[in-house]
Design a protein around this ligand. Structure first.
Ligand code: TRP
Ligand code: SF4
Length: 409
């Protein structure tokens, strides 16, 4: 993918999750399965967003501590591999807060007031007083979470796309304000000369084409050329990308969302599975509890008696079969339901057995981590350190261009 403002070698992925309670099947199919794939394709940073949880749960923070560790256990149990990604806690990397503060200086209030989740969530969570400074600013905190790592991609759901848009606007404004280092043009041309004569000529041709005609192919060709130069420093690369686009140096590249493919999993009542609807199955739910929750689910209202035929399309149990049952089992349900050949309890038993079976290895791994919480804490400690190193590098650059270095020697 190559979009204006995206820098190809920034192949980092960052995503966060609020520690709001046990991971359920909706999270698993909507978020975790995506992470499992990404962890082998990109350099991934996954964190528990404890500060984000405080923006809405500031009155009852006591669950946060326990939920943080339980969330990591859930991720690890699902197969998130600490050898391939950094797992960390947002508040253990104070650079997120520093960057949030610094970005707040250049972010117009209107941009935050315009984010659709601001009004939506206030409406939805009426019982909470969310007319706070922290709540208004939390999409910008999210921007800082992402920009601190110069991430190129952010796996999120549809509801978070507006936060990514804000992040791109803020990054653009930042680069516009601070990307103009003294002597940018000379430094950029100095970097060009380090590319070797032939490449330098091709690059300058791309610059000319792109700036005269806006031809995206020239932009992409120029970007590919820069990323193929092994001998250039990071600073020089940033200058070359910026010079190509006609902006200054790109200090904070613009991130793009990676939308989750899977449709939202329906919950026990046929609505979207979500903790706030109280219709979830947790990935660590006990088998007896899963069995009971499914047994008591509503079904197609037409099936009052065992002898009444039904229609799976009108039944909240059916979407679970679509995810958890084999083709043959689904055909058996379709046939048996529409002809009253099977009872709802037979049908439900089949899907609850399948769910229980598929969660078994996850639950076994969760138990191992639960019994070895020291290992979990060690993984997270290392993740925090690695994340901090990465975020510090960005913050050094940011402080420098914002006039905050103050060397005392
Ligand atoms: N705001 C996200 C949510 O509520 C969580 C989050 C916080 C996040 N920071 C992030 C997601 C950075 C992606 C990247 O789900
Ligand atoms: Fe739903 Fe299955 Fe009963 Fe049909 S047989 S109504 S699909 S639970």
């Amino acid at each position: 993918m190559s979009v204006t403002g995206t820098v190809n070698e920034y192949q980092r992925v960052v995503s966060g999750m609020r520690p709001t309670g046990p991971l359920h099947l909706g999270h698993y199919h909507g978020v975790l399965k995506n992470w499992l794939k990404l962890q082998y394709e990109y350099e991934c940073f996954f964190f528990v967003a404890d500060w984000h949880a405080l923006t809405t749960h500031y009155e009852d923070p006591f669950d946060i501590e326990e939920n943080v560790w339980e969330t990591f256990i859930d991720w690890l149990a699902c197969g998130i591999n600490p050898g391939s990604c950094k797992l960390f806690i947002q508040s253990r990397v104070p650079e997120h807060a520093e960057l949030h503060l610094l970005l707040s200086m250049i972010t117009p209030l209107g941009w935050l007031e315009r984010v659709p989740t601001y009004k939506d969530q206030q409406e939805k969570l009426r019982e909470k007083d969310l007319a706070t400074y922290g709540f208004l600013g939390y999409p910008l905190l999210q921007s800082a979470d992402i920009l601190a790592y110069k991430a190129g991609f952010v796996p999120v759901g549809e509801d978070q796309v507006s936060h990514l848009e804000l992040t791109r606007e803020v990054a653009r404004r930042f680069n516009h304000l601070y990307g103009k280092e003294a002597g940018f043009e000379e430094k950029a041309l100095g970097a060009v000369s380090k590319m070797g004569k032939k490449n330098a000529n091709i690059y300058m041709e791309c610059v000319k084409q792109y700036q005269e005609t806006g031809n995206v192919e020239s932009l992409e060709k120029g970007q590919a050329l820069i990323s193929a130069q092994g001998n250039l420093s990071l600073g020089d690369r940033e200058r070359l990308y910026g010079y190509l686009e006609g902006s200054g140096k790109i200090i904070l590249p613009e991130p793009y969302p990676l939308l989750t493919q899977t449709a939202k999993l329906t919950g026990l009542d046929g609505q979207k599975m979500s903790k706030s609807y109280n219709n979830t199955i947790a990935i660590r739910e006990a088998p007896e509890s899963i069995e009971k929750k499914i047994r008591t689910m509503p079904t197609d209202p037409a099936r009052v008696r065992r002898s009444d035929p039904g229609n799976p399309e009108k039944c909240p149990v059916w979407p679970l079969h679509n995810v958890y049952s084999t083709q043959e089992q689904q055909a058996w349900v379709m046939q048996g339901c529409t002809t009253a050949g099977i009872g709802c309890l037979d049908c439900k038993k089949c899907v609850s057995d399948n769910i229980i079976e598929s969660l078994k290895p996850i639950q076994e791994r969760a138990l191992e981590y639960k019994n070895n919480i020291r290992l979990v804490k060690e993984i997270v400690r290392e993740g925090c350190e690695a994340a901090r190193d990465a975020a510090q590098e960005t913050l050094e650059e940011v402080r420098e261009v914002m006039g905050l270095v103050h060397r005392d020697k």
